[in-house]
Design a protein around this ligand. Structure first.
Ligand SMILES: [Zn+2]
Length: 426
């Protein structure tokens, strides 16, 4: 998942940065990595075309497995123990590609990609340095950044002795339920890793050190019914619509003061009878009858588990104060995306990426605004692991038919990742 609303501004900043910067501060091995990536850019483009032409929408289980088989062979060729691990049929998800190798050198890395796309794919088109099609940047391009960086390292023997686990999930865009099952392999891999790098779409010259968590909520409000003429009296009561309005206005007032938290009431229905069937709501009533039942649904987004708890208790306190003859119950969904909190360890990883980028002559890398990035797989394991996301390729239009990837900057991003992994695993 990606959010690219800052992208136009960042692209302007990148395009006016000084050109023709030279790679300094690289040792002989590191210079070989750079040369390898430059020599294999055509392969990168050809492999991206092949990948995008496989339709691996989340619900196309056969397509996700086919995508997994293609990338699995790439990891096997680099000496990884590579396999596709299926999820139970009850999750209605294909499963994940897991590739790993174990050795004594350096940090133990967990690299994250995903095989699935939101929209159906199989629609590659190239227009100069712009690649079009589902998954070009989100995130088959990012998956290939992993593969090509590891190939560059393999070409100089730098994978020998390293501990690296790659997980490419088959359901990042719509995780199978319950997540305790669909993310179990990732959580187990994290227990044997020191840090996580994730290859969702790169946004300008930034790294993602935080992603907000998401939990959905339902507000169910009951009121006494009666003739509309009595609504301002304590005896008849205020009705469910006014009570829902009071609660939602309270949410806006309280939660908008917590920096990093947003709350979106997405849908609401109220009347004599009201309710939801999935994402479709219905309501009926008469203008001269006080509304008995109102239901609202939405999401809550937060930067940390502590912030989520703070927001939820503030919401429950607002719900607990009732207008006359009304009652309300606020429930939160059991499955949710945890937050990737902006920890000092994440900033330290970003500093290492920044150094690698500068040493390559590609300029500084700064932290992307945590509030502007949607949820992602890395949040399931960071925390506890230090993590960095947004290491994939540049592009736009994720989750839309207009999705593109920028092929011209792909070599820079592969080099940056190869150098970062090289330094982390010495
Ligand atoms: Zn994605």
């Amino acid at each position: 998942m990606t959010t690219n609303r800052w992208l136009p501004f960042l692209l302007v900043l990148v395009s006016i940065a000084p050109a023709a910067l030279r790679a300094e501060g690289l040792n002989a091995d590191e210079q070989k990595l750079v040369a390898y990536v430059d020599a294999h850019h055509a392969d990168f483009v050809a492999e991206l075309e092949k990948a995008v032409n496989i339709d691996s929408a989340t619900e196309n289980l056969a397509g996700v497995k086919q995508m997994g088989a293609v990338f699995s062979a790439d990891f096997a060729a680099l000496g990884f123990n590579s396999r596709f691990v299926e999820l139970p049929a009850s999750t209605q998800r294909a499963g994940h590609l897991i590739a790993d190798r174990v050795g004594p050198k350096g940090k133990r890395l967990l690299l994250l990609g995903h095989l699935d796309t939101v929209l159906h794919g199989g629609n590659w088109r190239r227009d100069g340095d712009t690649a079009h099609g589902a998954g070009t940047n989100d995130m088959k391009g990012g998956d290939l950044v992993i593969i090509h960086a590891l190939r560059a390292l393999h070409s100089i023997g730098a994978l020998e002795g390293t501990s690296i686990t790659v997980i490419m999930t088959g359901d990042e865009e719509a995780p199978g339920h319950p997540v305790a099952i669909s993310r179990r392999d990732m959580v187990v891999a994290a227990q044997h890793s020191d840090l996580a790098l994730s290859f969702e779409t790169a946004i300008g010259q930034t790294g993602t050190i935080a992603r907000r968590g998401i939990v959905s909520w339902t507000l169910d409000v009951q009121g006494a019914t009666g003739h509309s003429s009595g609504i301002f009296s304590a005896a008849v009561g205020s009705g469910s619509v006014f009570e829902a309005a009071r609660i939602l206005t309270g949410f806006h007032g309280q939660l908008s003061k917590i920096d990093g938290v947003t709350l979106n009431p997405a849908m609401i229905v109220g009347g004599t009878q009201a309710g939801f069937d999935g994402n479709a709501g219905t309501a009926s009533g008469k203008t001269n009858i006080i509304a008995q039942h109102t239901v609202a649904k939405g999401d809550l987004r937060y930067l940390s588990a502590e912030q989520r708890a703070q927001a939820q208790s503030a919401m429950q306190a607002i719900v607990a104060q009732h207008l006359p003859r009304t009652s309300a119950v606020l429930t939160f969904a059991e499955d949710s995306f945890p937050a990737m909190a902006p920890t000092p360890a994440n900033y330290a990883l970003l500093a290492q990426l920044d150094q690698a980028s500068r040493d390559l002559g590609f300029g500084a890398v700064t932290a992307f605004d945590p509030k502007a990035r949607g949820a992602g797989d890395i949040s399931f394991i960071s925390p506890p692991l230090p993590g960095l996301d947004g290491l994939g390729i540049h592009g736009g239009g994720a989750h839309a038919p207009t999705e593109t990837a920028d092929l011209a900057t792909a070599p820079e991003l592969v080099k940056r990742t190869a150098l970062l992994i090289y330094r982390l695993t010495r």
